[in-house]
Design a protein around this ligand. Structure first.
Ligand code: GLY
Length: 354
C-alpha cells in the first residue's frame, strides 16, 4: 500500500493499494474513532460495493447507515443534497459522526458538501471507485453541487479525513470509465510529469494503475499544499477544463467529463499556438486511451457556455495553456476575446484533421 500525505488546513493521508475496500473500516478507525457513519453512494455503486463497505465499517465498530441516489451527474443537485441531509438528520448523525463517500466524483462532491454543511461541518472519508475520482476529485477538498446556472456553482472547501483508493476496484472498471479517468491523468502528465505522460502514451498501463494514481495524487498534493483555496496556482489543475466544461455543456452532458477535458486540452494547446508536433502528441495519447479528439460544436456556442464558468473573474477568464509535455502557463484572457480563442482552436484542429 502507498501512502501520500496531504498538508492542507487539515492534514490527511491518501492510501492507494489492492484490497483496501474490505479493510476500509479498519483503516478509517486509525483516524476516526468508531461512531455512527453514513455510507453515501449512487445506486450502481451501492449494489456493487455497498455491502462490502458496510461489513468492513460495522466489523470495525462503526454504526452504519446507508444512503443511495440515482447514478449520474443529473443527481448532483440541491434536491438530492436535501434528501441526503434529511437522511443524515433522520439517522441522528451528530457533529462527531462521519460521512463516507463511496463512489465517483458526483458522490464525493455531493457527500463532501453535505459533510461540510451538516451541523456546520462533520468529518468525511473518500473511497473513490472511479479512476477520475481517484486521480483528481477525491483529493483536495473541493465539494459542490451543480446549479441551473453552472456546474459546481454551490459548494465548499472541506478536506476529507482520509482517502482510501482500492486499485482492485479501479481495475474492474469498464473501459469507458477507465478512459474517462485517464484524461485527468494525461492532464497531470501534460502539466507536470513527462514520465507519467510517457506511461500513458502506450495506453497499456492497467497493471501500473497504482503508479498512475500515485503520480497524479502526488502532483495534486503539491498544488493543494501551495494553494488550497484556489486563488493562485491551483488554477493549473483546470487545464482543458474551460474548453472542456463548455464542450460538456454543449453536449447536454452526453460526453463524459474526461472525454470533454481531453478535447479541451487539445483546444487549449491549439489556442496557445503550440507546435503541431505537441498537439499531435497529446491527440495520439488521448486516442491510445480511447478518448475522442474532435469537437462537434461551434465557437459561438462554446464561448457562451464557457462564460458561465465560475473561474471567470470580472471581465476575464484564466486559461491554462501548454508549452510542452510537463510545462504549462496561465493566461488571463478578456471575456471579449474568448470567442476568438475558440475560433482559433477549432481552425487549428480542422487544419490538423482532428
Ligand atoms: N479538480 C480541480 C481541483 O481540485 O482544483
Amino acid at each position: 500500500m502507498r501512502t501520500i500525505h496531504i498538508s492542507a488546513s487539515k492534514d490527511y493521508d491518501v492510501l492507494i493499494g489492492e484490497g483496501l475496500l474490505d479493510k476500509s473500516g479498519e483503516l478509517t478507525r486509525k483516524v476516526v474513532k468508531p461512531c455512527k457513519c453514513m455510507i453515501v453512494s449512487d445506486d450502481t455503486v451501492d449494489e456493487l460495493y455497498g455491502d462490502r463497505a458496510q461489513i468492513s465499517f460495522s466489523y470495525s465498530g462503526f454504526d452504519v447507515v446507508r444512503f443511495s441516489f440515482p447514478a449520474g451527474e443529473a443527481s448532483k443537485n440541491l434536491e438530492t443534497l436535501t434528501d441526503l441531509l434529511n437522511a443524515m438528520g433522520e439517522a441522528k448523525l451528530s457533529r462527531s459522526d462521519l460521512v463516507v463517500a463511496l463512489g465517483g466524483g458526483v458522490t464525493g462532491d455531493m457527500a463532501g458538501f453535505a459533510a461540510a454543511i451538516y451541523t456546520r461541518g462533520i468529518r468525511f472519508v473518500q473511497i473513490p471507485t472511479t479512476l477520475l475520482a481517484a486521480v483528481d476529485s477525491s483529493v483536495g477538498g473541493k465539494t459542490a453541487v451543480d446549479m441551473p446556472f453552472g456546474k459546481n456553482m454551490v459548494g465548499a472547501f472541506h478536506q476529507p479525513s482520509l482517502v482510501i483508493t482500492d486499485t482492485d476496484v479501479l481495475r474492474d472498471l469498464p473501459a469507458l470509465q477507465l478512459s474517462n479517468g485517464a484524461a485527468e491523468a494525461i492532464k497531470c502528465g501534460v502539466l507536470n510529469d513527462p514520465a507519467l505522460f510517457a506511461l500513458l502514451e502506450g495506453g497499456e498501463w492497467l497493471d501500473q494503475i497504482d503508479e498512475v494514481v500515485a503520480r497524479c495524487v502526488a502532483y495534486k498534493r503539491d498544488v493543494v499544499a501551495g494553494d488550497e483555496f484556489d486563488t493562485g496556482n491551483r488554477a493549473f489543475l483546470n487545464l482543458g477544463h474551460t474548453f472542456g466544461h463548455a464542450i460538456e455543456i454543449c453536449s447536454g452532458l452526453k460526453l463524459l467529463h474526461g472525454q470533454a477535458v481531453g478535447i479541451g486540452m487539445l483546444m487549449a494547446a491549439a489556442a496557445a499556438g503550440c507546435p503541431e508536433a505537441l498537439i499531435r502528441q497529446i491527440a495520439s495519447c488521448l486516442r491510445a486511451n480511447g478518448l475522442p479528439t474532435h469537437c462537434d460544436y461551434g465557437a459561438a456556442a462554446l464561448a457562451e457556455a464557457a462564460l458561465n464558468d465560475k473561474k471567470r473573474a470580472g471581465g476575464a477568464i484564466t486559461l491554462v495553456l501548454p508549452e510542452s509535455v510537463g510545462a504549462c502557463f496561465l493566461k488571463k484572457v478578456p471575456v471579449s476575446e474568448l470567442s476568438g480563442c475558440f475560433e482559433r482552436a477549432l481552425a487549428s484542429q480542422a487544419a490538423l484533421g482532428l
